[in-house]
Design a protein around this ligand. Structure first.
Ligand code: NAP
Length: 284
């Protein structure tokens, strides 16, 4: 039976460490780290993610600012707001909750955030620097995934890793981070003919597809580390991952649950990125 990788516990450790640092900053009379969150429209999932991020900011003692814009906000208005936050020396991190309504060009919006305030790590400069192996803001979910794998004590170097999914926010960056740690990485996607043949060879399997239960126990190498990134909602409203937990946990060595695995880590990494942005701002 697999050991559960407790994302809630690991993320709590990260947030507690940040809370301690923040308390020290406040005690020294300095300005504490500040994250500005912009949400457009009323998407219930987005609202719930934003609530989670603001709650984490409150826990760590960071300042947070929330801007709620209507669904029909003009792109120019959103860009103007980002410009103001870019220039605001009291703001370390800017996060625009995605997805944005169809009439807004998401790329234009992400490009408008100063790379040093891009705590999501989605700005092209940060993406390029990640792939070049230069200092950058590492995107939150992939960064959290690596911390969860490391929490097992497993040596990543030399292992076969399979990443199912090639999105810009999860699949590609997590593959790069695994490569940086000297895993031999295969990226699978919707055109991969025999996913199971690949996953059965994987010492580390990251499932980031967005299809409930696409990874079953028979697709998993015995003893491997299985990270389930998927967040899917079943007909009765429950959250479920991309991995069929019941069958997979019989075979894997370590497995993340959904909820309580990658999700809380993503938020903890956002706080870490905000702290790092604050630190960089102090040094400028
Ligand atoms: P995405 O942009 O929709 O990408 C999904 C990827 O899965 C695509 O690359 C797609 O391939 C691939 N795919 C589709 N069918 C496949 C199949 N049969 N076999 C192998 N690959 C297949 O999704 P995403 O944004 O990366 O998110 C993935 C999941 O993670 C979603 O459930 C999302 O909600 C969740 N998520 C969770 C967190 C968290 O904090 N826990 C953060 C972000 C995302 P193609 O490129 O060929 O289309």
């Amino acid at each position: 039976m697999a050991k559960i990788i407790d994302g809630k516990a690991v993320s709590l450790e990260v947030k507690e460490a940040l809370r301690d640092k923040c308390a020290e900053i406040a005690a020294s009379g300095k300005r504490v780290p500040c994250i500005a969150v912009i949400i457009v429209g009323d998407n219930p999932a987005s609202r719930s993610y934003v609530r989670g991020k603001l709650k984490a900011a409150e826990f760590t003692g960071f300042e947070s600012r929330l801007a709620e814009l209507p669904e029909d906000v003009r792109e120019a208005e959103l860009l103007h707001m980002i410009d103001g936050l870019n220039k605001d020396a009291g703001v370390d991190g800017i996060l625009v909750q995605l997805p944005l309504p169809g009439h807004i060009d998401e790329d234009k919006v992400l490009d408008a955030i100063l790379p040093e305030k891009d705590v999501d790590g989605f700005h092209p400069v940060n993406v390029a620097n990640l792939w070049l192996g230069r200092p950058c803001t590492v995107p939150c979910t992939p960064k959290g995934i690596i911390k969860l794998i490391e929490s097992t004590g497993l040596e990543i170097a030399g292992k076969k890793a399979v990443v199912a999914g090639r999105s810009n926010i999860v699949g590609k960056p997590v593959a790069k981070l695994l490569l940086d740690r000297n895993a031999t990485v295969t990226i699978a996607h919707s055109r991969t003919p025999d996913l199971a043949a690949l996953t059965r060879e994987a010492d580390i399997l990251v499932a980031a597809v967005g299809r409930p239960g696409i990874i079953t126990g028979e697709m998993i190498k015995p003893g491997s580390v299985v990270i389930d990134v998927g967040i899917n909602r079943t007909a009765d409203g429950k959250l479920t991952g991309d991995v069929d937990f019941a069958s997979a946990s019989e075979v894997a060595g370590f497995i993340t649950p959904v909820p309580g695995g990658v999700g809380p880590m993503t938020i903890a990494m956002l706080m870490e990125n905000t702290y790092d942005a604050w630190l960089a701002m102090q040094e400028r």
